[in-house]
Design a protein around this ligand. Structure first.
Ligand SMILES: Nc1ncnc2c1ncn2[C@@H]1O[C@H](COP(=O)(O)OP(=O)(O)OP(=O)(O)O)[C@@H](O)[C@H]1O
Length: 258
């Protein structure tokens, strides 16, 4: 499998002082078609890591390569969905989803609307193309935001806690939906979450962020759960054991502050 994204020995600090270092020596990769999660304590730098990958920030040292190209321009080359849905309230669902095509240098292709319509059905948003964001439920808004990210046409999607603000029931519904949709999307995903169950249920691999400033690397977990998956997987003993393991690892990481 080809490597879509690789990070080698990345370090970063927002400030220039001693003790300002957020992380150092982070290495990771995402292969074509993989779903990879990043979990970690609040403030460990997960969103910062995404901003580095998306090209919104530059690392102090280390290399970030897209498709093996260390010199690749990252800004605009990955589909980035930030924590808040950021749908434009004055635009309909259709016009929000067409936005990436309008911003692309080649402009809005004629068949863009047809593509959005095709995806709306698969995203469970049939009949909503003329609705405005305020008329949708939270779960629907997140699906529109995800659809818009898919419309960037980028093979790698960075999803920063896309379901973090949703209630437990809506979140479960979106997990079921995403597990069904995932195989057919033909995308690689890097996914931030606080929710360990969500990380295990959706991912092929999980990375654990080290505690901020500890200088440790990312810890990698390969749950090895078979696909296709069903949301009921989380009640199986093997899954519960993995979740417990991940919880213990995360506790260790969190308490490892120097
Ligand atoms: N623009 C900025 N300038 C200075 N410090 C920042 C900036 N953005 C984030 N930080 C700090 O960097 C640290 C990591 O923030 P980041 O948002 O990357 O963490 P996170 O792991 O994504 O947290 P959460 O899970 O709470 O979203 C925090 O201490 C935060 O205050």
């Amino acid at each position: 499998m080809k490597t879509v994204l690789s990070l080698r020995e990345i370090s970063f600090a927002y400030g220039a002082g001693e003790g300002d270092r957020l992380f150092a020596g982070l290495s990771m990769h995402v292969a074509e078609g993989e779903f990879v999660s990043v979990v970690g304590a609040s403030g460990s730098g997960k969103s910062t890591l995404f901003k580095l990958i998306a090209g919104l920030l530059e690392p102090a040292s280390g290399e970030i390569a897209l498709y093996g190209d260390r010199a690749a321009r990252r800004l605009g080359s990955v589909g980035y969905m930030p924590q808040r849905d950021l749908l434009l309230p004055w635009r309909t669902v259709m016009d929000n989803c067409l936005l990436p095509l309008e911003l692309a240098p080649r402009g809005r292709p004629k068949d863009g609307a047809a593509e959005v319509r095709r995806l709306l059905a698969r995203f469970g948003l049939e009949g909503k193309e003329r609705a405005y964001p305020a008329e949708l439920s939270g779960g629907m808004r997140q699906r529109v935001a995800l659809l818009r990210t898919v419309m960037t046409g980028r093979p790698l999607l960075l999803l920063d806690e896309p379901f973090g603000a949703l209630d437990a029931m809506t979140k479960r519904e979106l997990h079921r939906w995403l597990l069904g949709l995932w195989g057919g999307l033909d995308k690689s995903v890097l996914f931030i979450t606080h929710d360990l169950e969500e990380a295990l249920l959706l991912s092929d691999r999980v990375y654990l962020m080290p505690a901020a400033g500890s200088g440790d690397g990312l810890l990698e977990l390969r749950p090895g759960l078979p696909r296709p998956r069903d949301a009921s997987l989380k009640y199986e003993p093997g899954f519960v054991k993995l979740r417990r393991e991940l919880e213990l690892l995360l506790d260790e990481q969190t308490t490892a502050v120097p």
